[in-house]
Design a protein around this ligand. Structure first.
Ligand code: NAI
Ligand code: MG
Length: 507
């Protein structure tokens, strides 16, 4: 199989456009209360292009004092500002305006995302930026559709007294939103969109590796005309800025996407002030291939399920389970597909897969591959980094894995598929559920009865059938088990950003 890897040299990263080069030179600042302010913190974080390993910009590592200032601005905007009294239709219009600005700056945003995260500019354009634009448009619509209900009561009041009772949804308040580096702009949209639609105010903290599009987004927020303090953006490390936000008594809710271990820390810390918490965490999603499945559809689909975004996807299809009848065909096909993927820098239009986000992530993923090898896994393709200063890992398929291996149990978050064979379709739900995670799963089959019987047995927040990784703003998304709690998107997300108020009026 190794002979199939015709990976020649990695191309060099083309120069960024003039607009992006200009943006990269901006002084490190924080976006607080509608202004770009000088940080109290003197600490800076180096922002790196993962295709070259070179610094491209520097941002602030916001301190607890900076967090205090942002929380004060957000509190003022929520408690005293014009935002709470704004008509829902005006909130809707602002969100739509923001999405128009995102669309207008698609090229620049996609380029920034590409040189900061490593993904190709093409993918950043069609997935991240287009998805962000559409997400704000979808969420804009909810601003005018919030509703409560009236209900009957049987309260035994004084004779003659009647009651009018109803519920109203009110914004939860100041929300700290901590997002990861795999889809930096889109993750910001998943957090800001519903919060702004419901009338909350936000303090967004992008991941330290990928702060650039969040900073550009803050400029667009200001241009759209959101009142000062409604959206604040603090760059910084998780341990400094993130932890200070989570502990802050002025923050009403934390919304987090990231690792399960940090999710647990956040949940513990938020307990002290009983903040609302929603967590979208890691996964180890199974891809289940039943014996009747169409092999060509499966090969392309399973390869995409794991290699999309270089495997840095919380719901990536990382554990392949193929029935013994089709196992060899599927694994050989996916391995050949993996070997044919062209690695390169994100701005090179010939690139299919970019580098991983950071040296740390590259080393983590290579460490997992090594542990799999040591435990007896067979490397069907990939299994190493190509010679390059960039943080590349070749798309990798590991066969001969056993359920207790580290590569099968832990989230790798890179382009590494572990393939297991099953003999009896009756056992497959138990195998697929043998994980602490429960974010996604896919079933590949045209046998309607088999699919319908399997879907309810899978302990995961999303089950795809004959597809994987497709998300929609109207389709709830979130995890069972240690993949977190709360559902983003759709009507379900409104529960995460509103408090339900009961009003009981005697007359
Ligand atoms: P991480 O969970 O540490 O980082 C995600 C976000 O949390 C970042 O904004 C970070 O600054 C913040 N953060 C970190 N520590 C914090 C703390 N103590 N308090 C508040 N905020 C904090 O993820 P990391 O270290 O970048 O990646 C490690 C692994 O996590 C990956 O290999 C992958 O397995 C998983 N991961 C999962 C993601 C998902 O979408 N489910 C996204 C990113 C990472
Ligand atoms: Mg971390």
């Amino acid at each position: 199989m190794n002979a199939l890897i015709a990976q020649s040299q990695i191309a060099t990263q083309p120069e960024p456009s003039a607009a992006v080069a200009q943006f990269l030179k901006r002084a490190p600042r924080l976006f607080i209360g509608g202004e770009w302010v000088e940080a109290k913190s003197k600490e800076r974080i180096s922002v790196v292009d993962p295709a070259t390993g070179r610094e491209i910009a520097s941002v602030v590592d916001a301190s607890a004092a900076d967090v205090d200032r942002a929380v004060a601005a957000a509190r003022a905007a929520f408690d005293k500002g014009p935002w709470r009294d704004m008509l829902p239709s005006d909130r809707q219009a602002l969100l739509w305006k923001l999405s128009d600005l995102i669309e207008k700056h698609t090229d620049e945003l996609a380029e920034l995302e590409s040189i900061n995260n490593g993904k190709t500019k093409f993918m950043a354009t069609v997935v991240d930026v287009a998805g962000t634009r559409d997400y704000f448009r979808y969420m804009a619509g909810w601003a005018t559709k919030l509703e409560g209900s009236t209900f009957e009561t049987s309260i035994h009041g004084p004779p003659g007294m009647k009651f009018q009772t109803y519920t109203a949804r009110e914004p939860v308040g100041v929300v700290a939103q901590i997002v990861p580096w795999n889809f930096p702009l889109a993750m910001a949209a998943w957090k800001l969109g519903p919060a702004l639609a419901t009338g909350c105010v936000c303090i967004l903290k992008p991941a330290e590796q990928t702060p650039l599009t969040a900073l550009r987004l803050a400029e667009l927020v200001a241009e759209a005309g959101f009142p000062p303090g409604v959206v604040n953006v603090l760059t910084g490390l998780g341990e400094t800025t993130g932890a200070a936000l989570v502990a802050h008594p002025g923050v009403d809710k934390v919304a987090f996407t990231g690792s399960t271990s940090v999710g647990k820390l956040i949940n513990k810390s938020a307990t002290d002030t009983l903040k609302r918490v929603s967590l979208e965490l890691g996964g180890k999603s199974p891809v289940i291939v039943l014996p009747d499945a169409d092999i060509n559809t499966v090969i392309g689909g399973a390869a995409n399920a794991i290699f999309f975004n270089a495997g840095q996807v919380c719901c990536a299809g990382t554990r392949l389970f193929a029935h013994k009848k089709v196992f060899d065909q599927v694994v050989d096909g996916v391995s050949a597909a993996a070997a044919s993927i062209r690695l390169g820098p994100g701005l090179d239009p010939k690139t299919v897969m970019g580098p991983l986000v950071s040296r740390e992530q590259q080393e983590r993923v290579l460490g997992y591959i090594e542990s799999g090898r040591k435990e007896g896994a067979q490397v069907m393709t990939g299994g190493e980094a190509p010679a390059s200063p960039g943080f590349y890992v070749k798309p990798t398929v590991l066969a001969n894995v056993r359920p207790e291996m580290k590569v099968v149990r832990e989230e790798i978050f890179g382009p590494v598929l572990v393939a297991q064979r099953f003999d009896d379709s009756d056992d497959i739900a138990a195998l697929a559920n043998d994980t602490p995670f429960g974010l996604g799963a896919s079933i590949w089959s045209n046998d309607l009865r088999a699919v319908q019987r399997l879907v309810p047995k899978i302990r995961a927040g999303t089950v795809w059938v004959n597809c994987h990784n497709f998300v929609d703003p109207n389709m709830p998304f979130g995890g069972f088990k240690q993949s977190g709690f709360g559902r983003e998107h759709g009507r379900a997300v409104l529960d995460l950003y509103t408090e339900l108020k009961s009003v009981c009026m005697a007359y």
